[in-house]
Design a protein around this ligand. Sequence first.
Ligand SMILES: [Zn+2]
Length: 134
Amino acid sequence: MREFRPVYCKYCRQTLLSDNLEKCSGCGKVGGVMDPTAEPAVLADLVARKQAEPEPATETMGRGFGGALHFFGLLRLTLTGLVCLGLGLAVVLIPDLRDNPRTISGSDVARGIGASVVGFVVMGLVFFSTKRHQ
Ligand SMILES: [Zn+2]
């Protein structure tokens, strides 16, 4: 017993109901008919054509712009992290930034560690964000 089911013809690029997987009932060509549910490539092609329909240029541009924004956001975060790390080192190593220029006090070290921790956290955020988007 034959059964009508949706088939896809790669020649006329139509999805139609047919009981014939050999010959396309739309254009009459042989060998181009496939079962769209059994053929992932056909589904991918259908999806790709669906997505390509509404203004593909704008969509690609928008995505590129978003990517650039994301990149500069990460760059800024990286710089912020580096500045915090540098600041953490500076308050301990540069005498003028210490409470007492002649010795390194506990509060100098605490400030340095605080700034370094912020720097590490920011750098960690950048690292995980980059990893997730790859
Ligand atoms: Zn056809």
